[in-house]
Write a protein that binds this ligand. Structure first.
Ligand code: SAM
Length: 296
């Protein structure tokens, strides 16, 4: 089968129509696949986890650069196809697996250490995939992934912009994000409507957000609650989330009062909006809420 260039014809010959619901936009240029694999800065003894093997366009150059590839693919038909054709290199192990349901400890066992992940990601799962990475941050060294440009822009957005939101703050707290390559729709079959960007998300090394001591669970809850209604003030969104568990109507005032006190203790104005707050401010809020919750 021709993997590059004539993807459309090859798919037809093999009765493998691209499945829109699985975000199947296959790479069609070999040079581009090689450039993406290079952007992963793969070392010869690396074991790489590739998410969404598809026809193997990216798998091939990765397999040439790495010692092994553990490829995950959700589409049973594609897995069967590769198993029948035996068309993947010997150092590739293909698993029929949904990455959103994967056991990251098991992946770590297979990869013999922290995970090094590469993916040309289905756009439909980019947000849940990013949250899965954040949840498993301790098990990951880095992830070099292709995202729809809009999503990639959100990861590096600055406070005060429309793009700044939950994934921006949560990722900034545990990783560094670097855009590497931009790809045009013509690089894929079928063509998506938008540009794509390859980003490197690095969870390794000493990261300021990670080395600081704060309640990471509470931090995540605060960030999610603060952005739940972007137009509302911090006081409103955080009191609606009821961090102080004041349930009855009469206690609503008390909930608001406790929330206001915690926000002010963190040195933040209760009338401000989440999108203006930087990572340090969210960490200060976490400290203030931890203390207030311990007292009340
Ligand atoms: N890597 C190939 C390439 O670059 O040409 C295919 C990329 S295509 C955008 C995304 C691939 O991810 C598809 O093969 C799709 O079936 C697979 N996929 C979609 N959702 C998945 C999931 N939750 N877990 C694992 N693979 C998934």
């Amino acid at each position: 089968m021709t993997r590059y260039g004539d993807t459309r014809k090859s798919l037809r010959e093999e009765n493998l129509a691209p499945k829109k619901q699985l975000g199947q936009n296959f790479l069609v240029h070999k040079a581009t696949a090689i450039a993406i694999a290079h952007s992963g800065q793969i070392a010869p003894d690396d074991i790489i986890i590739e998410v969404g093997v598809g026809l193997g366009a990216l798998t091939l150059p990765i397999a040439e650069m790495a010692s092994e590839v553990i490829g995950l693919e959700i589409d049973r038909g594609l897995v069967r196809f590769h198993k029948e054709k035996l068309d993947l290199p010997d150092n590739v192990t293909l698993l029929h697996q949904d990455i959103l349901k994967a056991d990251f400890s098991e992946l770590q066992r297979l990869a013999k250490g922290k995970l090094k992940i590469m993916a040309n990601l289905p756009y439909s799962i980019s947000n849940p995939f990013l949250f899965t990475l954040i949840e498993n941050q301790e098990k990951i060294a880095w992830a070099t992934i292709m995202l729809q440009k809009e999503v990639a822009d959100r990861l590096t957005a600055k406070p005060g912009t429309k793009q700044y939101g939950i994934p921006t703050v949560l990722l900034q707290s545990c990783a560094t994000v670097k855009p590497l390559l931009t790809l045009k729709p013509a690089e894929f079959h079928p063509r998506p409507k938008i540009d794509s960007v390859v980003v490197r998300i690095d969870f390794s090394g000493t990261h300021p957000g990670r080395s600081r001591d704060y309640d990471k669970n509470l931090f995540q809850k605060l960030v999610r609650a603060a952005f739940s209604q972007r137009r509302k003030t911090l006081l409103n969104t955080l009191s609606t989330a009821r961090f102080f568990h004041q349930q009855s109507d009469g206690d609503k005032k008390r909930e608001k009062q406790l929330t206001q006190e915690a926000i002010v203790t963190a040195g933040v104005s209760p009338g401000t909006r989440a999108e203006t707050l930087d990572l340090d401010t969210f960490i200060n809020l976490t400290h203030a809420f931890s203390e207030a919750l311990n007292k009340n």
